[in-house]
Design a protein around this ligand. Structure first.
Ligand code: T5A
Length: 234
């Protein structure tokens, strides 16, 4: 199994949360802001960050002719991730890019672990196999009430297979993210996603700044920017 080279220059920032939390909106806002700061920013997502992943995404979210069993679902997300890490994330990180990723390993723990009730140790192992140990440098968890997320998704129209799961399922998923944030305080930052887009964007910006500029907080992980001036001016 390939292992992650810790000397990579790039940075991986992940956006997580329940349905309708606003992560895609905030990822795009962050991308625009970071570009104006002179950073080379690459947006991507899971599932579906590669061509193969795009096919897996269709299977996962839009299959309604036959049931997808929980373990099948888990393996499909893992397959998407393995391809994404090897083909996309690792090469871009190696050449020093700043990647913004819509969902990553914590989604599997929250949805398939806490939501579906699959074994958390097994999911950790699978995440390890799929990523070769590649963790996010910063994960921004946009936290909102399940009802608020549902209301936003309702206004947006048709819902996919996972969005159609019960409210209890999504409550468990949210609890999963809360547990993950509690267990990984140096990697996961909780941001209240219920405010206006602009207000949330300001908080996201602050979290990214803190993560990319060294020594800003004694609790911040060591995310010193690479020697290249890629993240200068933040
Ligand atoms: N999944 C994924 C797993 O089960 N396991 C895994 O391992 C992985 C990786 C696909 C599904 O796959 C599951 C989780 C998902 O069910 P997805 O493509 O990320 O994942 O699907 P969604 O979570 O549904 O993502 P969306 O892009 O559809 O929703 P977002 O990103 O949560 O929200 P966003 O930004 O699109 O906003 C939703 C709506 O709210 C509005 C927006 O304009 C939009 O209409 N909005 C706001 N409204 C008011 N105030 C704000 N602050 C707002 N911010 C956004």
């Amino acid at each position: 199994m390939a292992t992650f080279d810790k000397s990579m220059d790039g940075r991986l920032i992940v956006f997580e949360g329940i349905e309708g939390c606003g992560k895609s909106t905030q990822l795009e806002r962050s991308r625009q802001w970071l570009v104006t700061q002179g950073a080379e920013v690459i947006p991507t997502r899971e599932p579906g960050g590669t061509s193969l992943g795009g096919e897996i995404r269709k299977l996962l979210l839009h299959t309604d002719e036959e049931p997808i069993y929980d373990r099948t679902e888990l393996l499909l997300y893992a397959a998407d991730r393995a391809q994404h890490v090897e083909q996309f994330l690792r090469p871009h990180l190696e050449r020093g890019a700043l990647i913004l990723c819509d969902r990553y390993t914590d989604s599997t723990i929250a949805y398939q672990g806490y939501g579906r009730g699959l074994d958390l140790a097994l999911i950790d192992q699978l995440n390890q196999v799929a990523t070769g140990g590649l963790q996010s440098d910063l994960t921004i968890w946009l936290d909102i009430d399940v009802e608020v997320g549902f209301e936003r998704m309702k206004q947006r129209g048709k819902r996919d297979r996972i969005e159609q799961a019960s409210i209890d399922f999504h409550q468990r998923v949210r609890m999963g993210f809360a547990k993950l944030a509690e267990e990984n305080p140096n990697r996961i930052v909780r941001i209240d996603g219920s405010g206006s887009e602009l207000h949330v964007a300001e908080q996201v910006k602050a979290a990214i700044r803190q993560a990319l500029i060294p020594n800003q907080s004694i609790n911040a992980p060591d995310l010193s920017p690479p020697k290249s001036p890629k993240f200068g001016g933040l």
